[in-house]
Design a binder for this molecule. Structure first.
Ligand SMILES: [Zn+2]
Length: 444
């Protein structure tokens, strides 16, 4: 309804009511009637002003004018503000306030937007809104010159839990089968990272292997904005089913643990034989250009009397079990697309370890000795990253993390809740299950 006609109706109704009540007061004296009529007129005028004034104010708001600038490569806040008529002095004050009051650091090209808001087309800029990420925006109040108050406003995050399951199709990769199952690309890449030392996604994928992922999806006002963490992942690897659950410790640190509460993010052990003493360090020195001899030692030597069992530093596939003049009997394991390890001078190989064998971390692959070029029994251990020998003691590897008894107990409760959530979503994929800010799960 048009605001004018609404106001007219209200006025008509009020006048009718007043006239009716005046008729009831038929025998009041003239003076009282005059006072009454004046009062009626004042009420009508006031009502009229009230009714017409409000729509007028609303009309101003509906004409609010937005000039949106998308941040491009090479843009700075100063440049954008300067282009929109702000003086150097104002830009300086705004920059200082942004840093102090809104934790603002920098604009991100291709992602951020700046919205200059005016009351109407011809009015001066009253507010600057910096959209500096999906979950917050910064508002700068331009109504108070020389103050430029800044405020960071967090956008409320509605986190829902999504469950997707799939199976490796004949001749397909995990990546394609996961996309087919509806798993977003970012989550697939996170799965690769989580399982990097569990399996080789290039070589150890077989048709029929089943997998599932439980992960967070973040919504703002019912619109999906991005994906959050993986809460649980399961994969039927060649060496058996691998399960991981995310758990946030009371101190806020989070990690992934297996179904028994042991650290699930596997890595390479820097020292395959526990507590073995290093007898020769890694040295990357190249061949001396003048003297001609090389001082490079491409691995680390550990003291190990003949016959000491040598465990695999990480899960993987044996790609060499052989003999050469330098290494003597050696085993080489490929762990993933990035890492390989090599174990040399073995006196003998472990039974059942052949080229192609899939081994677990800690599985015995052979026994120490002094075969090849060696001055005495020891383990010579090499780590090869993307084809290049690296120092096993310093190469960056994921940390292996285990839970203490108290955390393990809380973890098992968490695991039960996640398992029941998976069951609910398997039974009814359409239902919305939310993850609250305190990590509790809200099934409605
Ligand atoms: Zn060595």
């Amino acid at each position: 309804m048009h605001p004018m006609s609404k106001a007219k109706i209200i006025m008509k109704k009020m006048t009718a009511r007043l006239v009716k009540s005046c008729k009831k007061l038929g025998d009041v004296n003239i003076l009282s009637r005059v006072v009454l009529y004046i009062a009626i007129c004042m009420v009508i005028v006031a009502a009229g002003m009230f009714c017409f004034y409000r729509p007028a104010r609303e009309a101003v708001f509906s004409h609010e004018n937005h000039t949106i600038v998308e941040v491009k490569s090479g843009d700075t806040l100063s440049k954008i503000l300067g282009n929109n008529g702000f003086s150097m002095r104002d830009i300086d004050t705004i920059s200082k306030n942004l840093k102090k009051d809104a934790d603002f650091t920098t604009l991100r090209a291709g992602r951020d937007k700046i919205d200059f808001v005016r009351a109407d087309e011809n009015a001066p800029i009253s507010k600057i809104i910096i959209e500096n990420g999906p979950w917050n925006r910064i508002e700068i109040d331009c109504g108070t010159p020389d103050t430029w108050q800044c405020q960071k406003i967090e956008i409320e995050r509605d986190t829902r839990i999504s469950y997707k399951q799939g199976e490796i199709a004949q001749g397909s990769s995990f990546y394609l089968s996961a996309l087919e199952a509806g798993i977003p690309e970012g989550i697939i890449l996170d799965v690769y990272d989580l399982l990097a030392f569990e399996m080789d996604f290039e070589r150890d994928i077989r048709a029929g292997q089943k997998f599932y992922v439980l992960y967070e999806e973040n919504f703002a006002s019912d619109k999906k904005v991005d994906n959050g963490h993986i809460l649980a992942v399961s994969f039927d690897a060649l060496r058996g089913n691998v399960q991981m659950y995310r758990y946030v410790k009371p101190d806020g640190h989070s990690g992934y643990y297996d179904e028994n509460g042991n650290g699930a993010i596997k890595s390479l052990k820097r020292t395959p034989i526990n507590n073995a003493k290093i007898t020769s360090k890694f040295s990357g020195a190249r061949k001396h250009p003048v003297l001609g001899f090389t001082r490079a030692h491409k691995g680390v030597d550990f003291r190990a009397p003949t016959g000491t069992p040598i465990p695999a530093a990480g899960s993987g596939r044996v790609i060499a079990r052989s003999y050469n003049r330098g290494h003597g009997n050696f085993v080489k394991i490929r762990h993933n697309g990035t890492f390989e390890t090599l174990y040399a001078h073995m006196s003998k190989f472990a039974k059942g370890v052949n080229v192609g064998t899939v081994v677990r971390q800690g599985q015995i692959i052979g026994y120490s000795g002094s075969t090849g070029v060696s001055t005495g029994p020891h383990l010579h251990y090499e780590v090869i990253k993307n084809g290049v020998h690296v120092n096993p003691m310093t190469v960056k590897l994921p940390a292996i993390d285990n839970l203490d008894a108290a955390n393990k107990k809380t973890f098992m409760e968490r695991k039960a809740l996640i398992d029941s959530t998976i069951k609910s979503l398997q039974d009814n994929p359409e239902q919305i299950i939310r993850l609250n800010g305190d990590e509790t799960i809200n099934k409605k």
